[in-house]
Design a protein around this ligand. Structure first.
Ligand code: F6P
Length: 369
């Protein structure tokens, strides 16, 4: 008989509920108890935030977006903003208290579902002696040591569907439409949705872009009697001259800056450099919402079930991962060293170039003029 606690941390991603569903059911069949910690580590600090989960509590949730446990990306227990008696905000480390409460509550293992930030925190708890297993989540797909994270496929589908819809309005008005998509410092969402959604230009953080190349592509379209263009730009993309775009740190307690603004900047450059009517839009959190695709649902259910197998085998401080279509365990430490970037030698990059998509640079395979 074991007692497991599960938490969801960082930005939500479609498939979180499917992982919870799989963990609850797999544990229940073994006669184990499962608890959910609300809002990341909330349940380790406030008893009311810790909820017992039975199969009836998770009925049908595998197909729903969001997380029944709630999540936060400003809840790092190692540096938590807390208001003192004088009303001042102080940054305090509550990690020891969390470990104490974990032991006091009699838990055997913590299954932490999260991206690189949450898994980094989970790994730090493992170093403090908490038995932890990680489950890789993020729409950004930027975690190393797993071919995929769940949430990515749904985000790409949402972005692709949006691009499909933009084609008709762009064409009706002979316009350039610039679409900013999420992905942080990696271009996975932009690249996959841009290729699948018929973009003319895709700008990703891995390839600093040159506006001249972008405008050349738009001019080339005109030359070939195509009077509209679709530009997909990843929120983390930056210019060849080193300009990047963000909105600052945002709310207190966040570990990272809020990215954004590049789409509107690219649109205004196009407007100034060409005579094209240009509009921009930010897809934003639409990409995080909705029901997970079949791919994400299945992946999330497999991750959840595999995590419970790791609990049984006592393979702690490891993350479940998808490698060559197999479920494997990898040390969490290896997955969080750096963010997974788009490989510029990959066939997806070649496909984009081969079918005439501009990636904001000169195709390196073309001879110099
Ligand atoms: O990591 C997921 C993600 O959606 C990123 O793509 C994006 O930059 C960020 O989270 C947005 O965070 P928030 O929900 O705090 O605005």
């Amino acid at each position: 008989m074991k007692k497991i606690v599960i938490s969801t941390g960082g930005g939500d991603a479609p498939g979180l509920n499917a992982v919870i569903y799989a963990v609850v059911h797999a544990c229940y069949r073994k006669g184990w108890e499962v608890y959910g910690s609300r809002n990341g580590y909330g349940g380790f600090l406030e008893i009311d935030e810790m909820v017992r989960l039975y199969p009836r509590d998770v009925e049908g949730i595998y197909s729903t977006g969001g997380t029944i446990l709630g999540s936060t990306n400003k809840g790092n227990p190692f540096s938590r903003p807390v208001e003192n008696l004088a009303g001042e905000i102080q940054i305090v480390d509550v990690s020891d208290k969390i470990v104490r409460n974990f032991n006091r509550m009699g838990f055997d293992c913590h299954i932490a579902i999260g991206g690189d930030g949450s898994l980094d925190i989970a790994h730090r708890f493992a170093e403090k002696g908490m038995p932890v297993i990680g489950v890789p989540k993020t729409i950004d797909n930027d975690l190393e040591k797993t071919n995929r994270t769940f949430g990515f496929d749904t985000a790409v589908s949402t972005a692709t569907e949006a691009l499909d819809k933009l084609h008709s309005t762009a064409k009706s008005h002979n316009r350039v439409m610039v679409v900013e998509v999420m992905g942080r410092d990696s271009g996975w969402i932009a690249l996959y949705s841009g290729i699948s959604g018929g973009a003319d230009v895709i700008l990703i953080p891995e390839i600093p872009f040159d506006m001249e190349e972008v405008c050349n592509k738009i001019a080339d379209n005109e030359l070939h009697d195509k009077h509209y263009s679709i530009v997909v730009v990843a929120e983390g993309a930056g210019t060849k001259s080193g300009q990047s775009f963000n909105k600052g740190k945002g709310e207190l307690g966040r570990d990272e800056v809020i990215l954004g603004g590049v789409g509107e900047w690219v649109a205004s450059e196009i407007r100034n450099r060409t005579d094209k009517d240009t509009r921009s839009l930010v897809l934003g959190h639409l990409q995080r919402g909705g029901s997970p695709t079949t791919f994400d649902r299945l992946l999330a259910l497999r991750f959840g079930a595999a995590a419970v197998r790791l609990v049984e085998e006592r393979v702690f401080d490891h993350m479940v991962a998808l490698i060559d279509s197999m479920m494997v365990a990898v040390p969490i430490a290896d997955a969080i060293v750096m963010r997974k970037k788009v490989d510029l030698a990959s066939d997806k990059i070649m496909t984009a170039r081969d079918i005439g998509i501009c990636l904001g640079d000169k195709d390196p395979r073309m001879p110099d003029e």
